[in-house]
Write a protein that binds this ligand. Sequence first.
Ligand SMILES: NC(=O)c1ccc[n+]([C@@H]2O[C@H](COP(=O)([O-])OP(=O)(O)OC[C@H]3O[C@@H](n4cnc5c(N)ncnc54)[C@H](OP(=O)(O)O)[C@@H]3O)[C@@H](O)[C@H]2O)c1
Length: 351
Amino acid sequence: MPNPSRNPTRSYHLRRSPPVVAIIGATGAVGNELLGVLERRRFPLAVLRAYASPRSAGSVLPFCGRDLTVEALSADSFDGVDLALFSAGSKTAREYAPIAVRNGAVAIDNSSAFRMDPVVPLVVPEINQAEIEGHNGIIANPNCAAIIALLPLWPIHRRNPIRRVVIATYQAASGAGAAAMTELREATLAFLEDRPYPPRVLPHPYAFNLFSHDTPIDPAIGYNDEETKVISETRKIFGAPDLRIGVTCIRVPVLRAHAMALTVECEQPITPEEACGFLSDMPGVRLIDDRERNHFPMPSDATGQDAVLVGRIRRDLSDPSGRSLAVFAAGDQLLKGAALNAVQIAERLLP
Ligand SMILES: NC(=O)c1ccc[n+]([C@@H]2O[C@H](COP(=O)([O-])OP(=O)(O)OC[C@H]3O[C@@H](n4cnc5c(N)ncnc54)[C@H](OP(=O)(O)O)[C@@H]3O)[C@@H](O)[C@H]2O)c1
């Protein structure tokens, strides 16, 4: 769907290159990956500033062989900043992203604060990078489960429109931030040592267990926030407001990288071989579909990888019409689901 606010007369690029870049939430799980991705991809930088809450002020983060000192975020933090990468939650983004924009920066936000705002582009560059050009200062990074689902769905949808998709996710601790990763490690150790471990960050015992996603549930419809985000964001990114989607999001005791089962029904008949062809041409996707060795996408293989791994591509036997396929995917949601996607957007903003 075209961005209604697109203004072709105004440049969408950063005002200066190399830019002054600020990471807001630099001490968190996504912030840590933002540092790594900027370094690995040699993103051009005049200066890099790291911000977090007052709790972290003065702590030091490694970047390009140097020490980066974290500062407490304030309204003055955006003086001279050209690009602000937000990974500090919705409340912080709502308060500070408009300040960043007023100071002349472009803000790329990892939270859900602006994703469904009709004037804010919601971008997965491999799918809808043209939306970037219509930004008004803020660009939203989609939900991590949505990004990982959409990369394999897009090359199918583009050639043979998807009428209906049913998604079941197996989501890692890292999706709930650095503290949840610590909780999984500690809870597992306690379980193995037969010690009690009352949950602190997540609502249920995490070691050797799984549970419905920990975001609030809407009692009227029985869907949690994560599921609602996947549905609404998929429709916005695909420009398909009526796409039929069902989602069940589950938190599993995996440290990092989300996995998911996707069942798609297309308009026309589709074979697994055709789908493999479409997927092998898709940037950001890697096929792992080895039936002989029973080797398919796994979080352990996806961890630290830029690409979303896709496999188990087969007919959905519940649909005799031949229009439906079942697919399995795994992707590092701290990378492609968050930091990498944000930096890929930023790269397209460089003049
Ligand atoms: N984890 C994922 O896979 C993922 C994927 C996509 C999007 N996201 C989104 O990205 C954002 C960050 O997630 P995360 O997993 O990295 O969380 P996290 O590990 O809990 O990190 C949160 C970061 O935000 C900072 N912060 C908190 N309150 C702040 C404030 N008032 N002012 C300035 N900084 C503040 C924290 O600083 P302190 O260390 O000082 O507390 C920390 O650096 C969230 O909006 C999340 O929904 C996460």
